[in-house]
Design a protein around this ligand. Structure first.
Ligand SMILES: [Zn+2]
Length: 162
């Protein structure tokens, strides 16, 4: 009897990389809610959670894995970060607002969020805001914020007037 392939090998064969977004698009089974899944040692696990644990380590208790790219079947660990359920819901609501807001005459005004305009140093270079850094470096939305919280050697806020 052939021995079953190791879960991570099946995982690595289970997606294609989108050249446009860098998303690793899961090609295996998906739940009705759009997230991918695979069987690992007899249990069904979410593909993006498996990817996170494979590349970044154990998911802290009670946390969900959030997609910075908003593609539910994406399993690129660079697009994934751990956050609370409340944070997940808030982000989903935020995206909903931004999408429906795009047709709205006040869209431009709503986009101005002064609390985001803090200067940041990312990978050794200074940018006027998180968004500016992400644009300049071609990073997915949320990546710099994730680094600020988890990888201070990659991204730091620049304190002014100190
Ligand atoms: Zn993605």
């Amino acid at each position: 009897m052939p021995s079953p392939e190791a879960p991570y090998l099946r995982f690595l064969k289970g997606f294609v990389v989108s050249p446009d977004t860098g998303c690793w698009l899961w090609e295996g089974s998906t739940y009705q809610n759009g997230y991918g899944w695979l069987k690992v040692f007899g249990s069904v696990v979410s593909a993006h959670r498996f990817s996170y644990e494979l590349h970044k380590g154990t998911i802290p208790d009670g946390l969900e894995i959030l997609h910075s790219c908003d593609v539910k079947h994406c399993v690129n660990p660079d697009h994934l970060r751990a956050g609370s359920h409340a944070e997940n819901m808030a982000e989903a609501a935020e995206r909903g607002r931004m999408r429906s807001g795009a047709d709205h005459p006040q869209f431009g005004k709503l986009q101005q969020r002064p609390k985001q305009a803090k200067p940041v140093r990312v990978l050794g270079k200074d940018y006027e805001s998180i968004k500016a850094a992400e644009r300049a470096l071609g990073l997915g939305g949320g990546t710099v914020r994730y680094w600020l919280n988890h990888n201070p050697y990659r991204a730091q806020l620049i304190e002014k007037g100190r």
